[in-house]
Ligand binder design. Sequence first.
Ligand code: GN1
Ligand code: MG
Length: 538
Amino acid sequence: MLEVIRLNSSKHPKPESLEFSYGTAGFRMLAKNLDSVVFRVGLLASLRSKALNGKTIGIMITASHNPPEDNGVKLVDPMGEMLDQNWEVHATALSNCNNVEELCNCLEQIISFFKIDLTTCSKIVIARDSRESGLKLLESTIDGLKSFNTEYQDFGLLTTPQLHYIVRCSNDISFGEASENGYYKKLSNSFNNIFHYENENENGKENSTKICVTIDAANGIGADKIVKLRSYLSEYVQLELVNDKFMEPQLLNVACGADFVKTNQKLPNGINSFNLNTLFCSFDGDADRIVFYYVDSDKVFKLLDGDKIATLFAFFFKKMLAFLELDVSIGIIQTAYANGSSTTYIEDNLQIPVIFTPTGVKHLHHKALDYDVGIYFEANGHGTVLFSQNFIKSVTNYQSNNIEKKRSINILKEIVNLINQTVGDAISDLLAVLVILNFFKFKPSDWDSNYKDLPNKLLKVIVKDRTIFKTTNAERSLVEPKFLQSKIDQLVKSYNKSRSFVRASGTENAVRVYAEAQDPKSCDELADKVSALVQEYS
Ligand SMILES: CC(=O)N[C@H]1[C@@H](OP(=O)(O)O)O[C@H](CO)[C@@H](O)[C@@H]1O
Ligand SMILES: [Mg+2]
């Protein structure tokens, strides 16, 4: 077997000067530098599958919200979750072997460390986003898979969450049908049923309110998937698309998409501001993130980001659980990038505990498992809700003769299937938001009225070596470089209701500076002053 690896690996040499790292979301960089990495990811994924007695592992080739010339790759574990963190170091080590000898040694170490039986069969499902470089990288990944005689199924172009869903179904048939159509069927069934329960009046008739939303698909693969999903949805909802040119990958994420809207806090290309008080949303390039927005009656752009989605979900579940008197725990997981107002609202108004973790959904996901209803969202719109077995049992066994209670319990039962519990999913989150807005008959401004965001700013500073920035306290304080944190603390003290922190990005070659304060001027000043401190390291 190692002979085949030697031969195949010589076709995918590592670029000499580059150092790779399995970061916040796998490997990600300029696509032209990734050939050796994806080949080796093919090798590692095969070993991961063998180590788990032939369970199916997923490989997703995507660089999400990054520019069109980038690409990336990440592994998905059998239950649809991110790769076990203990394997990340092996992914990094394998990607950095300089020659075939080192590569074979590294593989042998992994095989003996995890006591992997190479005769065990290995199975992989693989997909990619709409980037031009995807096909070539796919072929190189497959070279890696073939080196270990791994069985694989190529699902072509998918959103990242669809691939997570398919991995989960491949290992757990109770989750759904392991296909793209299976995904649409599962989501649309729940969605249509919930709308039916919500709109049915006492006489069993349905009122016919129709919800309309315009989706900016970032010119990514989400556009194609919305078109397919639409044919499964009932007449209750109208999904309009803009920035839907996924066949023109050079347009991907350009002046559009969730990251653009969140970072610039303005409308993307293709959406105009004449439609007041109507709901818009933006996906990112691989449709695992979503942010919503609207233009209010004063023609002001209003963002409904991940924090707003988390608080809408929390408001809904809190109300439902109280109405049904269900004794289950509920918690919200945020990162330091969550707006301070959202945290105050959750703790003081909703009276739900908030837990902070480092950036990256794998951290949030892990913590959310501690609750019966664990809601996690990054401010940028990446998140979902996890339900415990205890929650599912309580809902399934619930008995009541009260019509309203029966309706609520039916909605909860369906929402468990509507929300993609494997990972944040723009499509599933969109549908979940729509059923909650319809449940309360909320307009965008009603949703937005729960709290007012503190003015905030996120900046990037390029430094010589970002690895010297070391943090603690869920990335909210720097331990190194020495004395920098105390300088930041001094600055923060001079502004009302302010907060600022600095951390190295895990996906880009930059240090991120976040600041928020009571008014926009203070926020800008604070962000600029903290950035100036960081610039001393450039
Ligand atoms: C401030 C910010 O938005 N950071 C993003 C970004 O991580 P960084 O480590 O900050 O580069 O990309 C991650 C992967 O998509 C996402 O999980 C995270 O929220
Ligand atoms: Mg993404």
